[in-house]
Design a protein around this ligand. Structure first.
Ligand SMILES: Cc1ncc(C[n+]2csc(CCOP(=O)(O)OP(=O)(O)O)c2C)c(N)n1
Ligand SMILES: [Mg+2]
Length: 354
């Protein structure tokens, strides 16, 4: 058996499925067979699309792209646990969660193609906020939104995704503290993938992330982020607490970033191949698929059918991305200043020849 990723040390995470796909908890997390199948299908689509996005970047069709291979369970399990009125505040690595929320991937990827800031999808329609690059800022937005929900008396919650590295930012602390003091209906969902670019979790914090919740006065939970059933169950429970007016929950989902930080990164400079091949032994998709097969919820024919469908789907997304023309050059000037300084006006006329 491969050794566990370095940052999974310490408190045993909550699990339903062991890494080999065997049951260690109650598999009844409140999902019927159709939902369980949908869960796996989302994970398979997410992985295939993620790999396509990296190819698109290499082919010059996307400017930069942050992959999430290995984190499919953390994202799909948590996003599926949310209700239609809940609102997600993502980072830049949540394409799998976006798919679950019904965000059009072509519109999402407009950000990475550089044709639109944050993608032209409608955050209000999908309840999925704009892609957020400044690390940890979206946690503050998520808590503020949750406080608004409480003031409006709406029975819903927000969920902010963030990484292990984000927990070193003041924004994480400020958001968590505010959420605790005001009992905000929010879920603080940390995907601890072991790395913040080249900084390993052990260099980020000497403690365990989930334990910090106690200091803010609300529950913290450590879950195996590569166990989609456990992630779903824990997120559902955290959301239920929020709906019931019981305040925030911090979830630390232990996962692993198998690929590079982004297409602009070379992880060979700071981590060994052994670590990555070991982590592949804890693959979230293999784990869930093997349990679904053993439980008789799926079979090889169904999987083969999905594979063909997903190829088709990803090809259509690919074509949609490539078909997006570059934005009109004047946007660069028109949408920067309400009252452009004279130097920009000169540049504008030089570029546009006017
Ligand atoms: C405020 C801020 N500082 C630095 C960066 C550069 N940066 C982008 S991602 C990242 C690391 C984030 O690590 P983590 O929170 O663990 O998320 P992950 O990338 O692993 O998903 C850094 C330092 C940034 N985008 N924003
Ligand atoms: Mg990280």
């Amino acid at each position: 058996m491969a050794s566990e990723p370095h940052h999974w040390r310490g408190t045993e995470p909550r699990r339903v499925l062991a890494p080999d796909g065997s049951l260690v908890g109650d598999p009844d997390v409140g999902l019927g067979p159709d939902d369980l199948r949908a869960m796996l299908r989302f994970m398979l689509l997410a992985r295939r699309l993620d790999r396509e996005c990296i190819a698109l970047q290499r082919q010059g069709e996307l400017t930069v792209y942050p992959g999430f291979e290995g984190q499919e369970a953390a994202q799909v399990g948590s996003a599926m646990a949310l209700g239609p009125d809940d609102f997600v505040f993502p980072t830049f690595r949540e394409l799998a969660a976006a798919l679950v929320r019904g965000v059009d991937p072509v519109q999402y990827l407009a950000y990475h193609r550089g044709t639109w800031h944050g993608g032209p999808y409608d955050p209000r329609a999908t309840r999925f906020g704009p892609i957020c690059i400044p690390v940890a800022t979206q946690i503050v937005h998520g808590v503020g939104y949750a406080m608004g929900l409480a003031l409006d008396g709406v029975r819903a919650c927000s969920l902010a995704y963030f990484g292990d590295g984000s927990t070193s930012e003041g924004d994480f602390h400020e958001a968590a503290n505010l959420a605790g003091v005001f009992g905000a209906p929010t879920v603080l969902f940390c995907q601890n993938n072991g790395w913040a670019i080249s900084v390993p979790t052990a260099r980020q914090t000497a403690g365990e992330i989930w334990k910090r919740a106690e200091g803010y006065g609300f529950p913290g939970i450590r879950v195996d982020g590569n166990d989609v059933l456990a992630v779903y169950r824990e997120t559902r429970e955290a959301a239920a607490r929020a709906y019931a007016g019981e305040g925030p929950t911090l979830i630390e989902a232990l996962t692993y970033r198998v690929g590079a930080h982004s297409t602009a990164d070379d992880p060979g400079r700071y981590r060994g191949e052994d670590e990555v091949s070991d982590a592949r032994g804890f693959d979230p998709i293999a784990r869930f698929r093997s349990w679904l097969l053993a439980a008789g919820h799926i079979d090889d024919d169904l999987l083969a059918g999905w594979e063909a469908e997903i190829e088709e789907q990803v090809l259509t997304i690919r074509e949609g991305v490539i078909a997006q023309p570059p934005p009109p050059v004047e946007w660069m000037f028109d949408w920067t200043y309400a009252d452009p300084p004279s130097a920009l006006a000169v540049q504008r006329s030089e570029v546009l020849g006017g």
